[in-house]
Design a protein around this ligand. Structure first.
Ligand code: G3I
Length: 336
């Protein structure tokens, strides 16, 4: 293996370019009219995920009626600024319209899943480099059986069984052979996490069966009710996924401070993950889930008990000043 590269870049995307990784953020259509946010996005990132605009309820709110307006605005912004785009997401239980959730037959679910994947991937063909084909198919711990992770009881699982995951990837590959196809989930960044282990076994099986999957997204929404895994365990998980011949990307990083973690500790935590990505050849992209703390989804997360604190899970504060989290990631992406 070549010696690790060490760089001295002064922006996140230049650091990522120097060490060979895409550096991304999530952006919403409502952020595009905020010049401060777009300036930061242009200066610091070269990879974009639409925060909500490519989800099923945004793109196909009623059967056969597609609305690409907001998603196209985000893709146009990205392409005009030499950024690449990851499509997020094709098959997910959440932000899924009622008309899909209420389907009762396997044939119908298979048909609408196929139609959705084909229509959406065709629309964005040539404009996105990767898709989160299936998102968060594994259940939260309250729904596990005997402490063992189970697949989430979504309409896809109810009607098609666990095979819906293989099917979705096969349809996606048939529709666009040129893009990367990822499985994406949270609370599964590390070895020893039940979901992390279950997802590893799942993708291992997919690879063995010849299912066309290119990589795994480790979301990395860190902090209760999710975990803050030890960096050694994240590194080990990245390695075992890489050993399957897959990419492993950090796809949605944030980490709240509701447990009293300080800005400095957050900076170290984020640094270590960025550095782990740079040290792992299969880690091709590193994405944070937003820009400023003021606009973060963490501020509206129902399950978050922030004990009177602010979640403050991102790289820029409420006034868009850089935090230690920014410096930590910059240093990590520089390979330091
Ligand atoms: O658009 C409606 C608006 O019309 C309405 O007035 C308003 C009132 O609640 O809601 C708006 O929709 C909200 C939407 O974000 C757009 O702002 C939804 O309520 C809200 O639930 C939704 O939250 C998004 C969340 O996914 C939904 O699960 C967050 O912005 C988004 O950051 C978050 O992203 C997810 C990833 O896609 C998958 N991984 C986890 C990650 C964090 O939860």
């Amino acid at each position: 293996m070549p010696p690790p590269v060490v760089c001295n870049a002064t922006t996140l995307k230049e650091a990522g370019t120097c060490t060979g990784r895409l550096v991304g953020t999530a952006i919403g259509v409502n952020h595009l009219s905020n010049n401060q946010l777009t300036s930061i996005a242009q200066a610091e990132f070269n990879y974009i995920t639409a925060e909500n605009e490519m989800k099923w309820s945004s793109l196909q709110p009623s059967r056969g009626n597609f609305n690409f307006t907001n998603a196209d605005r985000i893709v146009d912004f990205a392409l005009q600024n030499d950024m690449k785009v990851k499509g997020h997401t094709l098959v997910w239980h959440n932000q899924l319209p009622g008309w899909v959730q209420n389907l009762t037959s396997a044939d119908e679910v298979r048909q609408v899943m196929t139609d959705h994947i084909k229509a959406v991937m065709d629309h964005f063909k040539g404009k996105v480099v990767a898709w989160d084909v299936v998102n968060e198919a594994w259940a939260n711990p309250n729904d596990w059986v005997n402490g063992q992770p189970t697949l989430r009881n979504s309409v896809f699982y109810q009607r098609l069984g666990g095979a819906f995951i293989d099917e979705a990837f096969i349809i996606a590959r048939e529709t666009d052979p040129t893009v990367k196809l990822y499985y994406n989930d949270f609370r599964s960044e590390a070895v020893g996490q039940p979901k992390g282990d279950a997802i590893y076994e799942m993708v291992k099986g997919m690879v063995e069966r010849g299912i066309p999957i290119d990589g795994v997204g480790l979301q990395a929404h860190l902090g209760l009710p999710n975990d803050k895994p030890a960096i050694e365990d994240i590194i080990a998980n990245m390695q075992r996924i890489a050993d399957l011949g897959l990419e492993v990307i950090i796809s949605e990083l944030d980490g709240h401070l509701c447990d009293g973690e300080t800005f400095e500790e957050q900076g170290v935590r984020f640094h270590d993950i960025a550095k782990a990505c740079v040290a792992q050849p299969a880690c091709t992209a590193f994405t944070v889930w937003g820009i400023g703390d003021r606009d973060s989804w963490l501020n509206t997360w129902d399950e978050l008990n922030c004990m009177g604190r602010r979640p403050s899970g991102l790289l820029w504060d409420d006034d868009l000043n850089k935090k230690p989290a920014y410096e930590g990631i910059l240093s990590g992406l520089n390979g330091k």
